[in-house]
Each structure stands twice: as C-alpha cells, then as structure tokens.
Design a protein. Structure first.
Length: 184
C-alpha cells in the first residue's frame, strides 16, 4: 500500500538555517495559497451559518456589516492562531511550508497579527483601485484582483530571499519543512 513520506520535524537550528535561505519556490507557495482558499471556504461557510442562526438573519443583506466583521474575525483567529501555535496553517502543513522568524522560532502573537493585517496587501490595493475607478461589475473586480495578485506574487522575485512583501515588512519568513530524506 502506498504511504506518503513522513518527514521528521525540523529542529530550531534547521529552521534558523532555512530562514536565512531563499524562500520555497513560488509555484509551491501559490499552490498552498489556492488550497488555503478551498479550506477557508469551509471555515467561512460555517462562520456565516453560525452568525446567521445566532442573529436570526433571514436575508443576506440584513446585518451585513456584522456578518463581515464576524467573517474577518474568523479569518484572524484562524491565521493568527495557527501561525503562532504551529507556524503552519492546514494548507501550509500539506505543502510542507512553515512560517518562522529570522531566528527559526514560530512568530510571536504580535508578528502573527501584523502578518495577518499586512497580508491583505494581496487584495486591498486591487479592491481600492476598483472602487476608486467606479468599477462595480463583478468581472471588473475579479480582473483587477487577478492582475494585482499576479503583480504582487511576481514582486517577490525582486525582494531579498524571494519572500513576499508582507513577510519582509513583518520580519517573518516562509521555509520548506521537508528533510532531505523521509522517515521510515
């Protein structure tokens, strides 16, 4: 029977050494990003259902601002919690990526929170530009998001150690958690 390879956890020294190296390949990080989106659909769906039942929401536009706050807080708890506790979300664990500080340790709660806020650079500029340009059609928003996300992802090729801008700003780094040889 086929079993996927199991990799032993990295030591702090190994994490520290990898934090000084170049980030994992961009296609792998983007694959983890896409998988994260799939997982977050479930997290946000459950949050929306719980909120709708708790607030007796009968229509999607009823108390919409409260729902957006609840969804934002659910995202914050998910990301900040996983990044601080393990250095990995579920998608990052699947793709063998880990978030660390320069010293190889998992991020502090403040670093995780700052990274969560800074990671909105993936979306906020495109949404703001679309709003300022008075683009209110879904296709226009999506096109702007896709173009901006491609630019933002490509920007990492110009930055030190090929880290994303939000990691550079916060002082965190993504590393590869695979060892050279899997455990038996």
């Amino acid at each position: 029977m086929f079993r996927p390879p199991v990799f032993a956890p990295l030591s702090v020294a190994q994490c520290q050494a990898r934090a000084q190296a170049v980030a994992p390949a961009l296609p792998r990080r983007m694959a983890a990003f896409m998988y994260e989106g799939v997982l977050l659909f479930g997290v946000l769906f459950v949050t929306g259902i719980v909120y709708a039942l708790a607030m007796n929401q009968r229509h999607a536009m009823h108390d919409r601002n409260g729902l957006m706050v609840a969804l934002f807080l659910a995202l914050a708890v998910y990301f900040i919690g996983f990044w601080h506790k393990h250095g990995q979300t579920l998608a990052m664990k699947t793709w063998h990526l880990k978030l660390v500080q320069a010293n190889g340790l998992t991020p502090t709660p403040m670093q995780a929170a700052l990274r969560f806020v800074a990671s909105w650079l993936w979306f906020a500029p495109a949404l703001l530009l679309s709003y300022l340009a008075h683009w209110h059609q879904t296709l226009q928003y999506v096109a702007m998001l896709v173009v901006w996300m491609a630019v933002y992802a490509g920007l990492c090729l110009l930055l030190p150690r090929r880290q994303f801008l939000h990691d550079l700003l916060v002082g965190t780094r993504l590393i590869d958690t695979r060892n050279d040889s899997p455990s038996p």
